[in-house]
Each structure stands twice: as structure tokens, then as C-alpha cells.
Design a protein around this ligand. Structure first.
Ligand SMILES: [Zn+2]
Length: 383
């Protein structure tokens, strides 16, 4: 039985599954996607060619309007632009990172006839070509897919991973405010909306804890993550520091003990959002989620740490300024208290004049969002 880490979390009462949390073994060499192209063959057949650096290990599923090709052990930083012949049957190809495998969703213009084994080939490298996974197919009626072909399986739509996007603060709680009057609640909402659009386009299922200027308690945000069965929770914030020269992003995961004094101060400040609502604060203190089993807490912490450090690398690679200090810090953030792994990202400092300007700018928001999207695509949703 193979379980996703989410499923493991749900079943973690069963001692037998503890083994799932052993450190992952080293991977075989990673495959990489070189190109995707289509052409038209005699007999009006469409040929779809997926070129890969190593011999591809793949599965194919297809339905009336889609073919889904999963290639194991493959990650891509950037989507490969597909070269599609205008009279071929392929309309578009979406690339979705699904843990360690890359899923190609091939959208078709017409229903295709069932593929036989001789219509599927893996060609050895030659000349300028690497390995090529080749599918030849023609329009037709799907009929009943043969069960004797091991590599062809009935369609099960690729599971969409659920990302919960939490724009910090909102409503009566402005968050921190820059010297120029920029409010944290506004810049994080604008950035969160961009993140939602890009993640939707990349094939994720997304929920925003707030999509307008409304006030939500921290526990309510965490509850929404549970309710929507989130696979990953991303809380967006912007920081302030008494010293106006301090700048850069920083990333935090949940722990009961802060990694440093600064992280604790920040958690206090962010958690204080609930103190605005007196009755809400009462409730927060007896939050039932503290009753999570230690096994669940351990799994969530491990997955959160893994995501947070990859997100940090991704932002650094995009040359976003980083606040000096450790790559991932830890503190008891109320909003992260759930069974959904996640991180709180302080996108930059509104107290710094240069960053206040940047955080307001659409270009910079896009830069941050692109880096975060990359880190989510690279996140290993399944063990
Ligand atoms: Zn904040």
C-alpha cells in the first residue's frame, strides 16, 4: 500500500505506518524533460514526442479529451515550451510537478482511438536526439480500453494538490505599516491573489483564507486549511523592524520553541493579531489542535521544514534579498498550528524604505510569486 504523506497523517494512529517517516533514500539520477513536440504522420496520425535526458519510466492514462503521461523521477524548474503542429490532435500540454514525478496533461482536440502497444515507443538516443517517448494516435472512438495492456490504465484524473494561501491580517487589523503608509494587509493580499492565479494555472487547487479586506482569526485560517484538506499552507506577511536598515525576506515554520529571540518576537507580533478580537483570543488559548499526536506533529514539522528550505533557496535564486540569519527559522505561530504542513513567509520589510516600494510594485510581487510557485512545484507531495 502506498500512501501519500497526507494520508499517512490521517492514519498516523496506526503504529505500523511509522516507517513512512524514515528519511527518504537517495534518488537515482534525475531525469529531465528536453522537449515536447507533435507532428502529423501518414494516415492523419498525430505523433507526440516527449524527449528526455534518461530512459523514461512512465505511465499513460487517457480519456476522451486528455492523455496523462506521468514520468517518474523528473523535476523541472521551468516548463518546457511544447512545439505543437497546428493540424495535429494536441491542443495544449500542461506540465505539473507531482512530487518526484512530472505529469504531462495532454489536452486533445478530438477523441482518440485506443492506443495499441505498437503505437507507443521509447526510442534510443541518436544524432541530436535524446531518449524519445513516442505516442502515435488518431481520432476515433475510445471504446473500452483494453485491460491486457499493462501500461495503459483507465483514466483517473491526476490528483490536484491543494494549496491554502493565507494573506496575513486584514479588515480591522492592518498588520505593519510602512513609513510611506503601505499596509501589510494590502500588499500581502495583492501578492496572494497573484500566487493563486499562477498556482491555478500550474494545475494546483487553491483556496485563499481571505480574498478581500476582511478580518479572520488565526485559528479560523488554520481551520480552513484543515477543512479544505490542504497539502500545503502558505501564509504571506511583511515584516517591520525598529531599525529601518534591516531588510530581506525570512521564512518560518511552526515550533513550540522559537529558534531565536527575534523569531519569538515576530511570532508574538503576528499572534497578537488575535488580541484585537478579545473573545477570539480566549478561544485561541484552548485551541484543540495542540492535541495533535506527537507523530503527526513530527511529520508536519518535517514536511514544513523541507518546504521552507526549498522556498528559501528558490527566493535566493531569484535574487530576492534575504534577511541575515538562518535559512529557516522556527517560532510558535498560531496560524501554522494544524495538520497541514506549511510555512509563514515574511516577504520583506515595510519598515525599510526601499523594500516598502518594492513590496508595493507589481513586478516585485510577481518575482516573489514566481519563486514561491517554483518551490511549490518542487515540493515532494508524496513519499
Ligand atoms: Zn504579519
Amino acid at each position: 500500500m502506498r500512501l501519500t504523506r497526507r494520508e499517512v497523517l490521517r492514519f498516523s494512529g496506526l503504529g505500523a505506518l511509522v516507517i513512512t517517516f524514515l528519511p527518504r533514500v537517495a534518488f537515482a539520477a534525475r531525469n529531465s524533460l528536453q522537449s515536447i513536440r507533435t507532428g502529423v504522420q501518414p494516415g492523419n496520425k498525430t505523433r507526440l514526442v516527449i524527449e528526455t535526458a534518461l530512459r523514461p519510466s512512465y505511465t499513460l492514462e487517457y480519456s476522451e479529451n486528455q492523455m496523462i503521461v506521468n514520468i517518474a523521477n523528473m523535476t523541472t524548474d521551468d516548463a518546457v515550451a511544447a512545439k505543437l503542429a497546428s493540424d495535429a490532435l494536441v491542443k495544449s500540454v500542461n506540465q505539473i510537478q507531482n512530487g518526484d514525478k512530472l505529469t504531462l496533461v495532454v489536452n486533445l482536440k478530438k477523441t482518440i482511438a485506443p492506443l495499441n502497444k505498437n503505437q507507443i515507443m521509447v526510442l534510443e538516443p541518436n544524432g541530436d536526439n535524446d531518449y524519445r517517448l513516442v505516442f502515435d494516435f488518431a481520432a476515433g472512438t475510445l471504446g473500452k480500453a483494453s485491460t491486457t495492456q499493462t501500461q495503459l490504465t483507465a483514466i483517473t484524473p491526476a490528483k490536484k494538490h491543494v494549496i491554502i494561501i493565507d494573506a496575513g491580517h486584514g479588515g480591522k487589523d492592518p498588520g505593519c505599516i510602512g513609513k510611506g503608509g503601505t499596509r501589510e494587509k494590502d500588499v500581502v493580499l495583492a501578492t496572494a491573489k497573484k500566487l493563486k492565479n499562477k498556482l491555478d494555472a500550474a494545475g494546483f487547487k487553491t483556496y485563499m483564507t481571505r480574498s478581500n479586506d476582511s478580518y479572520l482569526k488565526l485559528a479560523e485560517r488554520a481551520e480552513l486549511a484543515e477543512k479544505h484538506k490542504g497539502d500545503l499552507f502558505i501564509s504571506l506577511h511583511a515584516n517591520a523592524n525598529p531599525s529601518r536598515s534591516v531588510k530581506g525576506f525570512s521564512i518560518y515554520t511552526l515550533s513550540e520553541k522559537a529558534s531565536d529571540e527575534e523569531a519569538q518576537k515576530l511570532a508574538d507580533a503576528e499572534n497578537a493579531a488575535d488580541k484585537i478580537d478579545v473573545s477570539g483570543f480566549e478561544q485561541f488559548s484552548k485551541d484543540i489542535r495542540v492535541a495533535l499526536s506527537s507523530l503527526q506533529q513530527h511529520a508536519v514539522a518535517e514536511m514544513s521544514e523541507e518546504y521552507a528550505s526549498s522556498c528559501c533557496q528558490s527566493l535566493k535564486r531569484a535574487s530576492v534579498d534575504q534577511q541575515p540569519g538562518p535559512d529557516v527559522r522556527h517560532a510558535p505561530f498560531a496560524v501554522l498550528r494544524s495538520t497541514v504542513p506549511g510555512a509563514l513567509i515574511e516577504l520583506g520589510h515595510l519598515s525599510n524604505a526601499k523594500e516598502e516600494k518594492l513590496l508595493k510594485s507589481s513586478d516585485h510581487q510577481n518575482k516573489l510569486v514566481n519563486a514561491i510557485v517554483k518551490s511549490i512545484k518542487n515540493y515532494n507531495f508524496e513519499v
